[in-house]
Design a protein around this ligand. Structure first.
Ligand SMILES: [Zn+2]
Length: 281
């Protein structure tokens, strides 16, 4: 992993964002492949294409981090920001929209704009200005960036971003490398749809694709397959329990089982994951 870290002494960027105190969050920069980078810190992972003719940013974390994100981008190259993409509407992926909207147009699925527009706490200036239904292509320098909307999964506004030339995929929150996934059932998400979308990505992209997940570390097709296996196992276990007439309390008592109980993390623990499955299946 250390070879992936782009050291930047001047910014004090450390190898692991998790080691840093929450009151002074930092942004770390890792190389995904070629001129594509992953920026980490609190909130969703950022994808950065640093081409000779400008930058493309995939997601932008929380508002207070905007200037740190910008400094991290500048540590890679001095090129100007050309485009911003939102993978979905959640605040840990769109929080710095207002800041970056001053520099570049924001692209997103039309439901990102709708959902942010319906949120009184979000400034109008933070709304995506180019929206699409199925997807859109962006061309920057010699890279072809495919934005594809996948149906109801993490939310109803999900986009996956594929850098065709470099063979790098940003999955948004359709992949939590860090543990159990968050499925936003109130935001148009679907448990069955989530698994279908993960299986679609496994089928659609080359075996040697480099994957930037929504949360967690840089990974690959094997990591995504293991995630799909966990989803399938979880869905089967809870579906069967429900068919057997078990109540939510009984399913929580039963638990997810030894194999996967270690996948609890700060935001989605075993109980929250099981409750999502009970409600969503
Ligand atoms: Zn999310």
């Amino acid at each position: 992993m250390s070879r992936l870290i782009l050291a930047s002494m001047s910014l004090g960027i450390l190898a692991s964002s998790y080691a840093i105190a929450a009151d002074d969050p930092q942004i770390t920069v890792s190389k995904a492949k070629d001129n594509i980078y992953m920026l980490q810190g609190p909130g969703g992972n950022i994808g950065l294409l640093a081409s000779e003719t400008g930058l493309l940013l995939v997601d932008d974390k929380y508002a207070p981090l905007a200037e740190k994100i910008e400094r991290a981008m500048k540590s890679v190259t001095d090129q100007k920001l050309k485009y911003v993409v939102n993978t979905h509407y959640h605040g840990d992926h769109t929080g710095s929209n207002e800041y970056f909207a001053d520099h570049a147009p924001i692209f997103a699925h039309e439901n990102v704009r709708k959902r942010l527009d319906n949120n009184d706490k979000v400034a109008k200036a933070a709304l995506p200005v180019v929206t699409y239904d199925k997807g859109i292509n962006i061309y920057l320098d010699d890279e072809h960036i495919q934005l594809s909307h996948l149906p109801h999964g993490h939310t109803d506004s999900d986009t996956i971003v594929y850098f065709q030339k470099s063979n790098v995929l940003h999955t948004g929150d359709l992949f939590f490398e860090v543990g159990f996934p968050y499925i936003d059932l109130d935001g148009g998400g679907s448990v069955a749809g989530y698994l279908a979308n993960v299986n679609y990505m496994i089928k659609q992209f080359p075996d040697d694709v480099v994957i930037i997940p929504g949360h967690g570390k840089l990974t690959n097709k094997e990591g995504l397959k293991a995630f799909a296996t966990m989803l399938e196992y979880s869905i089967e276990r809870v579906s069967k329990a429900k068919a057997d007439g078990m109540s939510e309390a009984q399913i929580l008592e039963m638990g997810i089982g030894k194999k996967y109980e270690g996948l609890s993390w700060s935001f989605i623990n075993e109980e929250k994951w099981l409750k999502t499955l009970v409600k969503g299946l």
